[in-house]
Design a protein around this ligand. Structure first.
Ligand code: 3PG
Length: 394
């Protein structure tokens, strides 16, 4: 971005791909966590200050290639305007008449937000020509392109992968910072390096576990995925979340892990998946058959905290329990607090963990870095080539 700013952006139309895929309340449609909007302010602010005509585009949710009001970016335009301190023009479509009129009417230093990219089939199409045709329409709105959508760089989508081939392109401040920080973890992280993984599915995390195991000193596993590991150890897990087809894979990982993998020794087990369900703390090897684990227990939190205490680098991805329900939030809170108490360089990755930090009222500044990427940060750490980054390096 600094290169582009040094050239001068005053009066130039700059197309910014942002990841404004924020969670919305299903009932009210209100934004429940604006972290991703705030994360692009440094880039947008610099462009506005430089006098650019800023055209922002993003996806929200997973609409099926056609307009779908529940995924409209309109509320995001409002919040973005509040945070920028100046109204943001909102285009009712992405590349149609409304978008064209909106872009043409922009004055220097003004910002417009286009409607959801994924209302158009071309955005996510696997067909190069279809994606390319959509990228042509988008690229027409800019004289330069800034990618600040770190959360989407792992997607080979038109706005991420094809537009930079059509315009002078640079990385925005957020993308640069994410790549610097995650690059530090992917390179030679200072040791001991402790990784905490949670979230519901082992299958989503398998590739990252494989990639991390040789690098880490400890791998602490909680969240819904721990039950498949507990089962692999031969324990009964009641009605807890279980990926039966992954049990053998987990057994194999445990065998190869050289004792680095640490699993819960106690869990909070409930009789239903509900905020007011009856619940107790039970041994991880003694979950009653009619109960399901919804959080890690206090002894596990203490053990994880001890494993974290001497760490020099920490990466945390995925909640330890159903933190949205107060009765099952203690594990996530306890582990998050233990992470902030270390002297380590600490990185939180993944939308859910970042949302947990904010929802639990923890101080964001006590973490070294909170990544805006979910899948993107994991794929980066796996060492995969990410289409959006590759397109910028060209
Ligand atoms: C995310 O939330 O991880 C990003 O916004 C990417 O969204 P997607 O998984 O729907 O592509």
């Amino acid at each position: 971005l600094d290169d582009l700013l040094a050239e001068g952006v005053s009066g130039r139309r700059v197309l910014v791909r942002a990841d404004l895929n924020v969670p919305l309340d299903k009932q009210t449609g209100q934004i429940t966590d604006d972290g991703r909007i705030r994360a692009v302010l440094p880039t947008l602010g610099a462009l506005v200050q430089g006098g650019a005509k800023v055209v922002v585009c993003s996806h929200l949710g997973r609409p099926k290639g056609a307009p779908d009001p529940q995924y409209s970016l309109r509320p995001v335009a409002g919040r973005l305007g509040e945070l920028l301190g100046a109204p943001v023009q909102f285009a009712e479509d992405t590349v149609g008449d409304s978008a064209r009129a909106c872009v043409e009417a922009l004055a220097d230093g003004q910002v417009a937000l286009l409607e959801n990219l994924r209302f158009n089939k071309g955005e996510t199409s696997k067909d190069d020509a279809e994606r390319g045709a959509f990228a042509d329409q988008l690229a027409a709105f800019g004289e330069a392109y800034v990618d600040d959508a770190f959360g989407a760089v792992h997607r080979k989508h038109a706005s991420v992968y094809d537009v930079p081939a059509r315009l002078p392109h640079v990385a925005g401040r957020l993308v640069l910072r994410e790549v610097e920080v995650l690059g530090r973890l992917a390179g030679e992280p200072e040791r001991p390096y402790v990784v905490v993984l949670g979230g519901s599915k082992v299958s989503d995390k398998l590739a990252v576990i494989e990639a991390l195991l040789p690098k880490v000193d400890r791998l602490l596993i909680g969240g819904g995925m721990c039950f498949t590991f507990l089962k692999a150890q031969g324990h009964e897990v009641g009605t807890s979340l279980l990926e039966e087809e992954m049990v053998e894979t987990c057994r194999n990982l445990l065998e190869r892990s050289e004792g680095k993998i640490m699993l819960p020794v106690d869990v909070v087990a409930a009789d239903a998946f509900a905020p007011d369900a009856a619940h107790d703390t039970v041994r991880a090897d003694g979950i009653p058959s009619h109960r399901l684990g919804l959080d890690i227990g206090p002894e596990t939190v203490a053990g994880f905290a001890a494993a974290l205490s001497g760490a020099k680098t920490v990466f945390w991805n995925g909640p330890m329990g159903v933190f949205e329900m107060p009765a099952f939030a203690n594990g996530t809170r306890g582990v998050a607090e233990a992470i902030t108490k270390t002297d380590a360089f600490t990185v939180v990755g993944g939308g859910d963990s970042a949302a947990a930090v904010r929802a639990l009222g923890l101080d964001e500044s006590s973490f070294g870095h909170i990544s805006t990427g979910g899948g993107a940060s994991l794929e980066y750490l796996e060492g995969k080539t990410l289409p959006g980054i590759a397109a910028l390096e060209d």
